[in-house]
Ligand binder design. Structure first.
Ligand SMILES: NC(=O)c1ccc[n+]([C@@H]2O[C@H](COP(=O)([O-])OP(=O)(O)OC[C@H]3O[C@@H](n4cnc5c(N)ncnc54)[C@H](O)[C@@H]3O)[C@@H](O)[C@H]2O)c1
Length: 427
């Protein structure tokens, strides 16, 4: 039985629900959140379950447990991951793995020193169609990958008050356009197993829709990534008006793609592959695969069931199962660094920028003191603006209005819905 502590009781609801569903394989033993309202809601939801509640990390980390889920702010994972690893705890980190290169260096070192499991929570690698895509790719179904596309478009305008709380300093209001890139790029990396070597970034323009709720970045980020085998991946994510989650991969003898949200049935995979390269059969053999196994438990989990599968693989890894399918720290950085360097490419006027391999201590050493990011308290004099043309001035009234909406929502009772949405939204 793996004993799990959860930091961040908002999105952390999903991992708590996993522990409840996991039976005797894992259990949640401690929950930490410094927002008393979140703790109160969790206490109610978990009545009768033997869990300790903490309002501060220092006390929480002393709890007797095997592993910690980090579901705190997306730009603050690395320092907490390092503290946990140094204490001998395995770590499941929500997206993103870190916010600076200096943190990435320290994170790799902490994982290597500890010998513990570090698993990156890029759940879009675990939606059923992507898992099937990976299995088929690894079995040689479409030959060697030459090109791929990943899309994660999520218009969060309507839910912004309940996810950024009208706080001008909240990470969602301060991330640059290419920061949150791993939902779109991650699955392509996990399917192919390839390492990115260079990136060119593009930034969507700033639009009223996102600026109007307090976001200080371009509306979306686009990355053109070169891989170690010469393949090119296109990755787009952000707040365009209509949502889309979609992945496609082209190989030397075929193609596979999931279904776009506009069509419906995103869990489905289409495969069109020849037996051998150059066969060009008169009749195309298109396969339609529905890889969803509705086992009664998984279907209640968010993001097409991926929230269940990814935690399950983490628990397997912590339990010592060598073949557990987890995303280790180096692969996590292969998913994240193209976004970080993609923004440097944008700031440099759109030139290709090299993506370093953090597996090599000599390569990563160069970045030990690189703290450039949009978070002033971490970056100090290396601070960079969240928009390439400079930090926009957003009137305080915008945030006041967002706070008013949020206050009304939580006091009106839809707060629980907002909390659960983080844990169980279908996408
Ligand atoms: N993979 C997905 O599909 C998905 C979906 C939603 C959110 N997320 C990720 O989940 C994480 C959390 O996002 P969120 O939307 O729940 O909201 P959030 O980032 O606003 O909330 C984080 C929670 O952690 C708590 N917290 C932060 N720092 C703390 C500290 N030092 N001590 C105690 N508590 C602390 C906050 O009070 C808050 O309740 C982020 O990394 C986000 O990227 C992932």
């Amino acid at each position: 039985m793996i004993r799990i502590g959860v930091l961040g009781g908002y999105r952390g609801t999903s991992m708590i629900n996993y522990c409840v569903a996991a039976g005797n394989r894992a259990k949640v033993v401690a929950i930490c959140d410094n927002n008393p309202e979140v703790i109160e809601r969790q206490k109610k939801a978990l009545e009768g379950v033997d869990v300790a509640f903490y309002d501060n990390f220092e006390a929480f980390i002393q709890h007797d447990m095997d592993a910690v889920v980090l579901a705190n702010f997306a730009n603050e994972h690395a320092p907490f991951a390092i503290r946990c690893l140094n204490r001998g705890l395995s770590v499941y980190s929500e997206v993103l793995p870190c916010q600076t290169l200096a943190e990435a260096v320290e994170l790799c070192e902490a994982v290597e020193r500890s010998g513990k499991i570090y698993a990156y929570g890029e759940n879009y690698c675990f939606i059923p169609a992507v898992m099937k895509m990976r299995e088929l790719y690894r079995a040689g179904k479409i030959g060697e990958i030459e090109y791929a596309e990943g899309e994660y478009i999520h218009n969060c305008d309507a839910i912004w008050p309940s996810i950024a709380y009208g706080d001008p300093e909240h990470w969602r209001n301060n991330m640059y356009a290419t920061f949150y890139c791993t939902h779109s790029l991650g699955p392509l990396i996990h399917v192919s197993g390839l390492r990115p070597v260079s990136v060119t970034g593009f930034e969507g323009k700033m639009v009223g829709r996102t600026r109007g709720h307090g976001s200080k970045s371009g509306a979306f980020g686009l990355l053109m990534v070169s891989l170690e085998n010469g393949a090119i991946f296109k990755s787009i994510h952000g707040g365009l008006y209509k949502n889309s989650v979609w992945y496609s991969v082209y190989g030397s003898k075929g193609e596979m793609e999931t279904v776009r949200e506009a069509t419906g049935g995103e869990e489905r995979l289409y495969v069109n592959a020849d037996e051998y390269p150059g066969e060009y059969p008169k009749e195309e053999h298109r396969e339609v695969i529905d890889p969803v196994v509705k086992n009664g438990v998984v279907e209640h989990f968010g993001h097409f069931g991926s929230d269940y599968y990814i935690m399950d693989e983490f628990v397997k890894a912590v339990s010592g199962e060598a073949d557990a399918n987890i995303i280790n720290v180096y692969e996590a950085l292969d998913m994240f660094l193209p976004g970080l360097f993609g923004y440097r490419s944008i700031l440099a006027g759109g030139v290709p920028v090299e993506v370093p391999d953090f597996r090599d201590p000599a390569v990563r050493e160069k970045y030990r003191f690189d703290r450039a990011c949009t978070d002033r308290k971490v970056a100090g004099d290396q601070w960079i603006p969240p928009f390439s043309e400079g930090e926009p001035v957003i009137p305080e009234e915008v945030y006041v209005r967002q706070r008013q909406i949020w206050d009304k929502e939580k006091n009106g009772g839809s707060y629980v819905t907002a909390v659960m949405k983080q844990g169980s939204l279908k996408k």
